[in-house]
Design a protein around this ligand. Sequence first.
Ligand code: ZN
Ligand code: FE
Length: 257
Amino acid sequence: MMEVHPVHAFDDNYIWLIGCQDNPHVAIVDPGDEEPVIARIERDCLRPEAILITHHHADHTGGAAALARRYGIPVYGPANERIAAVSHPLGEGDTVELSGCGLRFSVLDTPGHTRGHICYLGQHALFCGDTLFAGGCGRLFEGTPEQMYHSLEKIRALDGDTRLYCAHEYTVANLIFALVAEPQNRDIQQRLEQARVLRSEGRDTVPSSLAEEKRTNPFLRSHVPALIQAAERFAGHPLDGPVEVFATVRRWKDSLD
Ligand code: ZN
Ligand code: FE
């Protein structure tokens, strides 16, 4: 049985430790900082076996070189981005074998937030970095709206029970916007309330399930009439298809951040 544990870093980053019950081996996802990871490894007597990186931003890679050196482990990461610490470049369809944990992940290309962003899928879990967030999606720093839309559609096509492990705790802010875009959506209202309670208790809102995201995440809902109408109101003109709806909703959220 896979077990995933968060290590909190910076203000709102999640560094995920992937492991298995009664097994000290772990893989480290997106270590932006090595210190909190080393502290957890030492506290729990863990044995790191690999580092998995989703994209090149420093808050996802900053601790990778130090951890790789300290533990003598491989660093997997996107082939389409230049990341000094990466020893094993990966792209769509490649697999990562974690032999200590006995787990295997396949790689999805998900450009949009950055040009070469990848996600790791396995055991009904997706480690999606800054592509899909709980209630939101990553900003388009390098890719086009079209690329990001197709990356999100690739994720939307996975099983509804897929657990989504994104790299930031942005859920409350994301759902506040989701409710601006779809004020009548009861699922968003309820989810925002739940997320606020969790945060007020100092608890994490991540992971979520894909089924929940499909009901509440505006960036997976470009085909929903209520959202299309809201996006057209924001744009001030009719929108031609889901990519334009997605691009408009993304621009709308950027204008409020
Ligand atoms: Zn990023
Ligand atoms: Fe990030």
